[in-house]
Write a protein that binds this ligand. Sequence first.
Ligand code: ATP
Ligand code: MG
Length: 228
Amino acid sequence: MITLALSKGRILDDALPLLAAAGVTLQDDPEKSRKLILATNRADLRVVLVRASDVPTYVQHGGADLGVAGLDVLLEHGAEADASGAGAGNTGLYRPLDLRIARCRMSVATREDFDYASAVRQGSRIRVATKYTQTARQHFAAKGVHVDIIKLYGSMELAPLTGLADAIVDLVSTGGTLKANRLVEVERIMDISARLVVNAAALKVKREPLRALIDGFEQAVLAAEAKA
Ligand code: ATP
Ligand code: MG
């Protein structure tokens, strides 16, 4: 049996067409069902639904053989593993494929009246609120900018508006949420998309079926790109 970890929302919505192109369909409608384990049209493949940020943990520890997670989530997960002493990026996760879905970017945003460029130039200490503490820390360290990082779990946009922080690091797709809250994107950190991750040990033990599934995803990504 192969177990594929997905998260409800963007990732599932974008992954289902890829799965369908690879010949895999779910037996239940995940939006209607409350099941967390979903059967597929293939007897040897099931889908488990987990929190987006839990996908790497499931795959790393073998709760799932493979999964789909945003690069944002993977970078945070890897950096946390490093910080806990697991070694440089040694999370046991093999990352074979950029699925080119759930695309957005990670950016720095501030209030319209905050002069980010001169704060950076003057070497001021900037207070940054974010869910992505590790990625943000690395970004500002590489720039030599002094920051106080404030960990939040959601509604990041509120932080600069209430004086909690000078800036936020968050995912931006259309920019609509920033605009609605009168924030401006002052720096793009990186492009984000969802990646397929595979448990390294499972790849050895279940090599043939996992390879076939990865190839199926790869073909589906190429076909989707050709159509776009
Ligand atoms: P949870 O809702 O469980 O706290 P989450 O908010 O990270 O987790 P989603 O909102 O479904 O879950 O996002 C899943 C992934 O979709 C993100 O990790 C990211 O890679 C991607 N994504 C694409 N566009 C956006 C966007 N505009 N905002 C947030 N995430 C986005
Ligand atoms: Mg969310």
